[in-house]
Every structure is written in C-alpha cells, then in structure tokens.
Design a protein around this ligand. Sequence first.
Ligand code: DX5
Ligand code: ZN
Length: 219
Amino acid sequence: MASKLIAPSVLAADFANLQRDVEMINNSDADWFHIDIMDGVFVPNISFGMPVLRDIVKHATKTIDVHLMIVDPDRYIKTFADLGSNILTVHYEACTHLHRTLQAIKAEGMKAGVAINPHTNVSLLEDTINDIDLVCIMSVNPGFGGQSFIENTYKKVQQLKEIIVRNNASTMIEIDGGVTNKNAKQLVDAGADVLVAGSYVFKSENPIETVKGLKEIIG
Ligand code: DX5
Ligand code: ZN
C-alpha cells in the first residue's frame, strides 16, 4: 500500500497572505492542496472561487484536490479542469446522474472524486465504486472549517474499505473535517488513505511541524 497522504485545506489559510501559506504547503511534508469551493446553496457558506484558485495554482507545486460543495457541479467541470485541478470531487447529494458526472470529470483528464455527507450511507456507492478514484467521507457537516470530528466516521471508513476490496477497486479514501493528531492514526488504521486538515494545520504555531507530526503519526 502506498504511503498515506496529508492534504492541508486552504480554507483555513490567511487569505491576505495566501502566497505565503501556499509556499508553506509547498515546503512542508504535505502531499496535496485541498481546495474547498462553496456556493452558499449546497452549503450555508461561500468560500472562494475561480480567481483565487487560479492564483493558488500559479504558486502550488503539489496535486490540486478540489472539493466542490456546489449544486449542479456538471456546469463547472471544464472550468476546473482548465484552472489546473488534478482531482475533482463532487457531492453524491448534488448529483442526479452521478455516473455521467464521473465520466465527464475523467474525460477532462482529472481524477474523479465523490464526497458523502455524514448522513449518506457508503453502501450507496457500491454500484459506482469502480468508476470512483477517490471517496471523500465528510467527518463534519460540510460548510465550515474548525468543527468537531464525528465519531461515526471510523465505522464508515471500515464499511467503505470492505466495498472497495469486494469490488477489487483502487479507490482512495479521504477524510475531511476535524482531523487532528488525536484521530489520524485510528483513521488510517480503519482504511483511510488521505487526511484533509485545515484548522489543525493553519491555526497551529508551526504549520510545517504540525504537518510533519501528522505524517509521522500516519506513517
Ligand atoms: C468543510 C471542508 C473541509 C474543511 C476542513 O466543509 O470541506 O475541507 O476545510 O477544515 P477543518 O480541518 O478545520 O475541519
Ligand atoms: Zn473539503
């Protein structure tokens, strides 16, 4: 199994010092940039959009992992491909024709991800699992950084891992929300491959050391 990955969430960065924070991720042991796009409709918050992502991509030297918390994501697949997204994750709850959306993401040369809200059962992904490169299990209700981790997530990771193995799929499992040094080990032990961490990294005194600590914990 490849090593486990850390994806700092730029949502928790200082937007008046965005280049500094992007360089921090470049210079850290982090693996991916996690980019949260919120539309104020699918979730009760608006984050940032295309111009900000364009400028992040200009400076970032690592994989760009975009998490769309928007309704009707099909409208923007090409836009995010053109901006330089490597992975594009849509919400299960926002897609009427998920299978079609996944194919459209891949046709634009990106990896296709599906995020599921805390109330969405992983079994709903059984029929598309071989088409999904990454499942993002939300361990908080999407919309805000800095929320508390939902403990039921461990069980969901185990159940999803069983589905992946049963279908001989190569899908990665990403965990998003409330990740800290307290739950990181248990999450990877349950089967997680990628941990997103926003506040825990950016609000710490030394983010580079915090990322390093997380990488050491997950091995
Ligand atoms: C929540 C976002 C998360 C968030 C994580 O809607 O999808 O990516 O930025 O932030 P923390 O790690 O602070 O919970
Ligand atoms: Zn996210």
